[in-house]
Design a protein around this ligand. Sequence first.
Ligand code: NBP
Length: 491
Amino acid sequence: MAAPTGDIGLIGLAVMGQNLILNMNDKGFNVVAFNRTVEKVDRFLANEAKGTNVQGAHSLEELVSKLKKPRKIVLLVQAGPAVDAFISKLEPLLEQGDIIIDGGNSHYPDSIRRTKELEAKGLLFIGSGVSGGEEGARHGPSLMPGGSPAAWPAIKEIFQKTAAQVDGEPCCDWVGETGAGHYVKMVHNGIEYGDMQLIAEAYDILKRGLGVSEDEIADIFNKWNKGVLDSFLIEITANILKFKDDDGEPLVNKILDKAGQKGTGKWTAINALDAGMPVTLIGEAVFARCLSAIKDERIRASKVIAGPQKEPFRGDKQQFIDDLEQALYASKIISYTQGFMLMRETARDLKWNLNYAGIAQMWRGGCIIKSVFLGDITSAYHKKPELESLLFDDFFNKAVHKAQPGWRRVIAQAVLWGIPTPAFSTALAFFDGYRSEVVPANILQAQRDYFGAHTFRVLPGKENEKLKTGEDIHINWTGRGGNVSASTYVA
Ligand code: NBP
């Protein structure tokens, strides 16, 4: 039998799988393709893959026999049971050190479990975020691999050459252990929800507040796209606003204002709540989609609940548009600050060594949130890998200080107009809370102790005979209750 020549196998010939195979083939790798519905293999070889070096396999045994060792097999199938089904069929066919790579949108706890199960059997597992959709898969996606560290050297060259390149650097690097790759992809998607919501709010303020036309908003976004907000999402939103239906009306005005979601933003928000991290902007972005979805109820509410009388804008219009650009920029800084805080907390909890500069670099190109801004985040983490918060980095610290006055003016004006800005506003509320040495949680603790004897601790410098530093104190606030505290509650 001839020696195997396949560098990598790929299972799943739908849109992502086919395009990733062709991309890997272009980069000089020999790919062996397989699919559950086997006819699709021959169809692919006879059409899209015609004239390439791609090999086909009509069974998993044939796929495995065509691969060089250690064998590397990518799964690009529907996330969930299909991934486990393929893993259990591949296991008996593979040998010590072979690598299974799941490139689908799997939830990270599944990748943690799969890494542990496969490593216990002597195999290696990679759960890799793949972002950029069809276009990214074909020409260079953002790839976020995590899992068994021993597998990384074996797949590094294929992955880094297949990924998007920005300034000669691949948008792919090792993310971290077990489920870290899929975890980081989940946070990426959450941040994507936030970026999209911020742009939607800027559009709403320009349209309903300032009364600017779609074409003019597109021009404003195109101008912003040459500055600090230079990003794929701003660019496509400008294109969307310019797009006309056959009757000349902007198509966007005919699109029903109910947003869908597949759940990765919700996963991020749930993870933030579980971790106790204030990732408020992604949370608001998810809730904004939920509010959009109750269209019928909003229609009924709009008939019976009045907002403020709309006053015409009397200020300097260009100044306000510049303020809005700064408000969007500052809110975006807060969103990424929160996203990186969440990743740091989860890494601490799960004992992952996350590569933060690498993560920002992976998001610079090939994916939906790609932007110039991510280059600045990469630099911040290169300068200080253990950076506690993006707001402690000089560049971002100066940027939010510069943006602050305009950011506040925009939100204040939107409130007066009655235009909702959940993402802009929560970003500013976080900013004001985060920079406050003192927050009103003393009242919360007093309330908890008053009604439930949940105890409180005393501020340094305020201790006395009764109020001792470091002790859980319960006060009989009314003179009626007992002196027993609720020991099961932790403040
Ligand atoms: P789909 O998510 O539509 O999956 C299609 C593939 O899954 C086909 O190969 C299909 O085989 C296989 N499959 C299904 Br469906 N059920 C199966 C089962 N029970 N057992 C075995 N195989 C099964 O394809 P896709 O849109 O290319 O996405 C692939 C993965 O990449 C998904 O996890 C997706 O979430 C992720 N992803 C997609 C995008 C995107 O833009 N589409 C972007 C980033 C990540 P068959 O041909 O025999 O039905």
